[in-house]
Structures are given as structure tokens and as C-alpha cells.
Design a protein around this ligand. Structure first.
Ligand code: UD1
Ligand code: CA
Length: 501
């Protein structure tokens, strides 16, 4: 059998008032994509010949968003939402205008069913085409059919009609086989049936589902194929349902990654969005969110309590209690706990970004370390260098941002400030508390804190009677005044506390 032409119509015109949102329903996000983005991704997977999206509410946002997913999608504008039948008529008219009406099969899907999979659409289209039906229903058997159109069959099991909840008798309401909303049509039959629809029903809408009765009356065959995994066709009408579908989607994604060889210690508190890619033997600890286009390589361990968005983590790296966005962590590097990686952070292989360190637009070389309590902004740190605890890369002069460069294998002291623009050369060093305002040549030691003076006996003179004074007294000091200390250039002091670890 030669492959029939395939047209997919996606209905996305409804406003979704129950979302109570300024954002249109199908644009609400779940699993890192809009709901309609998930649907279009499934639609793309079946490689249709054409896609038509019916847009109405907020079409200025919805239309371009749809074309981000399917650039050549035809947008059909439905000015008022007069029913699913009306929406599909609008879609067909748009195709007619484009001169691409086509033959073969037309599948109608909704824009708010984020769990839908391409393989389910493909299987449904194949069943429809094999049975040569005028119209086929992707149905589902559910425990709670309330709200859905019911699939009415005769004693032989032949499908007679879909009856909407509001138009149903109590007997029909008892039927548990429902219309998922996804229908497949023979294009020629659809073109004939659409003009025959009326709105003589409880909702006063043109029901697409009335096409089933039209087919039967014309002696054409109708199929209904229950999908086992009904959740795939579930829509989210409000934020409660959105959260439920989000949880289900997440659980499916997490399960899939575990099946692919990822260890997830606590699936219930692990969130992985649809576009994330994980390699084998990655370990994810509780409370971790991997978002956007994040990629994690083999043997890396992420978490606990870590959020990474659009990040790249190298083989065997370790990222603990960290918040990161648009950052790259090299192979074997360690990050955290309590690190904040902002966009443009690139940590080299075996490098370290330690506790309470914030980085932004910073390239930290192979094996280079920023272990403690620092801000590294607009910087480049050469391989093997160590930045002392409590260092601030002062990149902002109040008007503009400037860069700091630290060479290779430099050792900078604790509590330094690098006032950008400034450069510290290869193999250079700085003393504790240095404020670096001028470039430090390679191999030089920069010291800027003043010489230390000790005012001996100060505590006994100024704080008599305190615990501090008692301790000083017990240590054998007297109240005699005398100034002692190191030299005048400060170089004699211990450099102290490079913070290497
Ligand atoms: C529809 C089906 C019902 C099925 C259910 C599954 C009809 C008449 N009924 O009912 O059998 O069980 O879906 O969820 O088809 N839309 C438009 N333009 C319109 C009307 C709707 O774009 O004029 C879009 C909506 O945005 C929505 C979808 O079509 O995404 C379904 O419309 P809705 O009004 O929610 O249909 P239901 O009453 O749920
Ligand atoms: Ca609905």
C-alpha cells in the first residue's frame, strides 16, 4: 500500500478561561515546553505532508509560537469559537486558499494534550487507513467519563455516533468508552461532511463529532480504536490538571532515563524536562531539577537539591546543591555546595567552584580553583590557578563592566579585590587582603594591605574589667603602651590563607 497523504489539524483557538491567566492555555508550560509544543513535537514525529493550526485567542502569540515548532504550518484564524466542527472547517478553508487541500488522511488533534506521543498518532493513522474508514475515533475506556463525548456502538460493536455529555441520555452517560478528541478522516469524506454540520445541540456549537453520524447515514464505515494509555490524550483545562499532567509527564521522562541507565535516587523529587539529555551512569540525587537543554555526561553526579537550566556537565563531574544556568562544567570538575553559576560560566576539566561562590561570564581553566566565598564576574582564570577565599572580581565601576584576567598557576591570597580591568600574570601571587588595581607581572607578588601595627596593652587600658581583659591578663600582658609590628612594606607578613584545598 502506497503511503497516503497526511494532513494534521491542531485545534488551538480556545481561550482556556479556566486557566484564569493572561497566557493562552496552549502556551502554558509543562516539562519545559508549551502544551502545544509537546503536541507539535508528536505531530512532527509522524512526518505529515502538512500541518494546519487553528488559532483564535491571542493568535499574535500562539501563531508565531506554533511556527517555531513547525515553520511551514498553515495558520487558520477562527474568529469566534463556534465548535470543533467549525474550527476544522476554518482549517480546511485555509488549506483551500493555499491550494494545498490534499487527499488522503486528515487527523484532528488538540493543542492541549502534552503527553501525546508521535507513535500513538502514527499507529492510529495506520489503523484508520488499513480499515479504509470514512472516519475513525481514537477512543479510550475510562472510569470517569464525565465531560467527554461517549462512543455509542450497536450490539455488533459497530460505531453509531459520538454523543456529547450535555446531549446524552442517562443510558448513554453510563458508557465508559469516550472520544479522546483525536479523529482521523478520509479527506474527501471530511470535505463533504463539514458543510452538513449544524449547531442544533445543547451547546449551540458545530460539533466535529457529528461527522460520525453523517458517515453512518451515508452507509460509510466508522472505526473506534481505544488507546491503552488514555493519559496521552488528556487535556489540561485548569492549573490543577496542568500540574497533574506535569507530574505524570515528569514521571514518564524520569522512568525513561532510568531505563536508559541513569540512577535516580528519588524519582518523586527529581524533575527532568523533555529536552534534557543524560548519558549512562549519571546519578541524580534527590531534589534535583534538570531543565531546558541541559546535557549531563557519563558518571557525573548531580544533586542533591540542584537546579541546572541549559547547562552542560562533563564526564564524572560532581555538582552539589547548586543553581546554574547556561553554564559549562568540565569533566571531573566539582561544583558546590551552594554555588551559583550564572550564564557564561565555563569551568575547565578538574576545576573547582566551591561553597558560596557566584560566577558569571567567567572562564575558569583546567584544574583552576575558586574554592570559597567569592564572586567571579567577567573573568578568565588560567589553568591550575587558585583564587583565595573571599575574593571579589570587582567587574562593575558603577557605569560599565570590565574584565579581569588571571594567568596560569597563579596563587592569589584570601580576601582580595581585583578591580577590573586588571591582569594578574602567569605564576604571580598576591598577599592576603590585596586590592589589585594595577596589573601584576608574571611571577610577581602583589601586596597592598598596609604594614601591621600592634598597640600593646590596648585591651587592659581600653576594656578593663571585661572577659577580654581578663584573658589578656591571664596571658601575662600588662597595660604598658608600646607599638610593635612588621616592616613598613607588609611583605614580611605571612601571605596567609590562600584557601587552597
Ligand atoms: C470535545 C469533543 C468530545 C471529546 C472531548 C475530548 C466535540 C464536539 N466534542 O469536547 O467528544 O470527548 O473534546 O477532550 O468535538 N476548539 C477550537 N475552536 C472551537 C472549539 C474548540 O479551537 O471553536 C479547540 C479548543 O481550544 C480545545 C479543543 O478544540 O483545544 C476541544 O474543544 P472543547 O470545547 O474543549 O471540546 P469539549 O467540549 O471538551
Ligand atoms: Ca475540552
Amino acid at each position: 500500500m502506497s503511503k497516503r497523504e497526511l494532513t494534521v489539524v491542531v485545534l488551538a483557538a480556545g481561550g482556556g478561561t479556566r486557566m484564569k491567566s493572561k497566557t493562552m492555555k496552549v502556551l502554558h508550560q509543562v516539562g519545559g515546553r508549551s502544551m502545544v509544543g509537546h503536541v507539535l513535537s508528536a505531530v512532527r514525529a509522524v512526518e505529515p505532508d502538512r500541518v494546519v493550526a487553528v488559532v483564535g485567542h491571542q493568535r499574535d502569540q500562539v501563531g508565531p509560537h506554533i511556527q517555531e515548532w513547525v515553520p511551514d504550518a498553515v495558520l487558520a484564524v477562527q474568529e469566534s469559537q463556534d465548535g470543533t466542527g467549525h474550527a476544522v472547517r476554518v482549517a480546511m478553508e485555509a488549506l483551500e486558499r493555499e491550494g494545498t487541500l490534499g487527499e488522503g488522511t486528515v487527523i484532528v488533534a488538540y493543542g492541549d494534550t502534552p503527553l501525546l506521543k508521535g507513535e500513538s498518532l502514527r499507529a492510529f493513522a495506520a489503523e484508520h487507513e488499513a480499515a479504509q474508514c470514512a472516519v475513525s475515533i481514537l477512543s479510550g475506556v475510562v472510569d470517569q467519563p464525565a465531560g467527554y463525548g461517549r462512543v455509542v456502538r450497536d450490539d455488533e460493536g459497530e460505531v453509531l455516533a459520538i454523543v456529547e455529555e450535555k446531549d446524552a441520555t442517562p443510558d448513554i452517560r453510563d458508557i465508559r468508552e469516550i472520544n479522546s478528541g483525536i479523529l482521523a478522516f478520509d479527506a474527501a469524506f471530511l470535505a463533504e461532511a463539514l458543510p452538513q454540520l449544524d449547531n442544533d445541540n445543547a451547546k449551540g456549537e458545530y460539533y466535529l463529532t457529528d461527522t460520525i453520524k453523517i458517515a453512518r447515514d451515508a452507509g460509510l464505515s466508522v472505526g473506534a480504536y481505544p488507546i491503552d494509555d488514555v493519559v496521552q490524550t488528556a487535556g489540561a483545562n485548569d492549573r490543577v490538571q496542568l500540574a497533574e499532567l506535569g507530574r505524570e509527564l515528569n514521571s514518564r521522562i524520569v522512568t525513561r532515563w532510568m531505563q536508559e541507565g541513569v540512577t535516580v535516587m528519588d524519582p518523586a523529587t527529581t524533575w527532568i524536562e523533555a529536552d534534557v539529555v543524560l548519558e549512562r551512569d549519571v546519578t541524580i540525587l534527590p531534589g534535583t531539577q534538570l531543565l531546558g537543554a541541559t546535557v549531563v555526561a557519563e558518571d557525573a553526579v548531580i544533586g542533591p537539591d540542584t537546579t541546572l537550566k541549559d547547562c552542560e556537565v562533563g564526564t564524572g563531574a560532581r555538582v552539589v546543591r547548586t543553581h546554574g544556568e547556561l553554564a559549562v562544567v568540565g569533566a571531573g570538575a566539582t561544583v558546590g555546595p551552594f554555588s551559583y553559576l550564572r550564564p557564561g560560566t565555563v569551568l575547565g576539566a578538574a576545576g573547582k567552584i566551591g561553597a558560596f561562590v557566584e560566577t558569571k561570564n567567567a572562564e575558569i581553566g583546567t584544574g583552576a580553583k575558586v574554592p570559597h566565598l567569592s564572586y567571579v564576574g567577567d573573568a578568565e582564570i588560567g589553568e591550575g590557578s587558585n583564587i583565595g577565599a573571599g575574593t571579589i572580581f570587582a567587574n562593575y565601576d558603577g557605569a560599565a563592566k570590565h574584565r579581569t584576567t588571571v594567568g596560569r598557576h597563579a596563587r592569589t591570597g584570601s580576601n582580595n579585590t581585583f578591580v577590573a580591568p586588571v591582569a594578574i600574570g602567569d605564576g604571580a601571587a598576591t598577599g592576603a587582603g590585596t586590592v589589585v588595581r594595577q596589573d601584576v607581572p608574571p611571577g610577581a607578588l602583589a601586596v597592598s594591605s598596609g604594614p601591621q601595627r600592634n598597640l600593646e596593652g590596648w585591651t587592659l587600658r581600653k576594656r578593663p574589667g571585661t572577659a577580654q581583659a581578663e584573658a589578656a591578663e591571664r596571658a601575662g600582658t600588662s597595660a604598658e603602651s608600646q607599638v610593635t609590628g612588621s616592616g613598613t612594606d607588609g611583605v614580611g607578613q605571612r601571605l596567609g590563607g590562600e584557601g587552597e584545598s
